[in-house]
Design a binder for this molecule. Structure first.
Ligand code: SAH
Length: 245
C-alpha cells in the first residue's frame, strides 16, 4: 500500500532508471546514499554498479522491512530515518554521493539538509518536481542562493509523470548538485538566517532588513530589493556581516 503522506510515487520505467544511474557515473569503491528507496526499483539498479557501500535512508518502516526481505547484498546498509534531518556525518565517510527519487513534499528540506552536510557530500543527484528544479536554478530565493553558494546546480533531464506509479500531478526533473571548490568557512545556520531575513518581504528595500553599517561598508545600495542582488553580493555582504557582527 503506497502512502500519500510520504509522497510515495515509484519510478517504474527501467529505461529511465538506467539513464539516471548513467548520469551518476558510479565508480568502483564509491559510497552511495540513496534517499527514499521505496520498494527498491532504483536500488536494484544501483547494485549493478561497482559501488562499495550503499546506505538506504527510508522513513517508512514497512518499506525498510520489504527491502530487507528482497535485497540480499552485503554492500547495503538499511537506515530507517528521516532524510530531512539525517546527520550525514554519522556515516563516518568523507565523500558521499547521494541519489534519490525524492518525496516531493519535502524535497526542498532534503536539499537544505544536503547543504548542511556539504562537507561530506561532493555530489547529489535528485529527482524533484520540475517546477522546483526550475525555481532553484532560475529564480532567487533564500534556498536557491543557499544552495548555489556551495553547489553548481545542473538540470539533467525532464521525466514525464507516466513513468511513476501512481503518476504524480506534475512533471519531474533530474538534477545534479556538484560542490564548488569553496574555501571560506561559513556558519551554515547563521548564513541561512542571514539569507531568510534578506528574503523576507521581498518588495522591501534591503536597508530595512540589514544594518546600514554593513551596507555602507559593502558599497551596495540599501535602496535595492533583494532580487536585484547577485550571488557575489550575498557572499560579500555576508563576509562583512561576519567580520562586524
Ligand atoms: N525511490 C523509489 C521511491 C520514491 S518515492 C522509486 O523511485 O521507486 C519517495 C520515497 O521516499 C518513499 O519510499 C517514501 O516513503 C520515502 N520518504 C518520504 N519521506 C521521507 C523522508 N523524510 N526521509 C526519507 N524517506 C522518505
Amino acid at each position: 500500500m503506497l502512502k500519500k503522506k510520504w509522497a510515495q510515487h515509484l519510478l517504474i520505467a527501467s529505461g529511465v532508471i538506467k539513464k539516471l544511474i548513467k548520469f551518476a557515473e558510479i565508480k568502483p569503491d564509491e559510497v552511495i546514499v540513496e534517499i527514499g528507496p521505496g520498494t527498491g526499483n532504483l536500488t536494484k539498479e544501483l547494485l549493478n554498479t561497482p559501488l562499495k557501500t550503499l546506505y538506504l535512508i527510508e522513513i517508512d518502516p514497512k518499506m525498510i522491512n520489504y527491502l530487507k526481505k528482497n535485497i540480499k547484498d552485503k554492500r547495503v546498509v538499511f537506515i530507517n530515518a528521516d532524510a530531512t534531518k539525517f546527520d550525514f556525518s554519522s556515516l563516518k565517510e568523507k565523500n558521499l554521493k547521494l541519489i534519490g527519487n525524492l518525496p516531493y513534499n519535502v524535497a526542498s528540506l532534503i536539499i537544505e539538509n544536503t547543504v548542511m552536510y556539504k562537507n561530506y557530500i561532493p555530489c547529489a543527484f535528485y529527482m524533484v518536481q520540475k517546477e522546483v528544479a526550475e525555481r532553484l536554478i532560475d529564480e532567487k530565493s533564500w534556498l536557491s542562493i543557499f544552495v548555489k553558494t556551495f553547489y553548481e546546480i545542473k538540470y539533467l533531464m525532464s521525466v514525464p509523470a507516466k513513468f511513476f506509479i501512481p503518476p504524480p500531478k506534475v512533471i519531474s526533473a533530474f538534477i545534479k548538485l556538484e560542490r564548488k571548490d569553496f574555501k571560506k568557512s561559513f556558519n551554515l545556520k547563521e548564513y541561512k538566517n542571514f539569507l531568510t531575513k534578506l528574503f523576507s518581504q521581498k518588495r522591501k528595500m534591503i536597508k530595512h532588513k540589514i544594518d546600514e553599517t554593513y551596507l555602507k561598508k559593502s558599497g551596495i545600495s540599501g535602496e535595492k530589493r533583494v532580487e536585484e542582488l547577485e550571488l557575489k553580493d550575498f557572499l560579500y555582504l555576508y563576509s562583512i556581516f561576519q567580520k562586524l557582527k
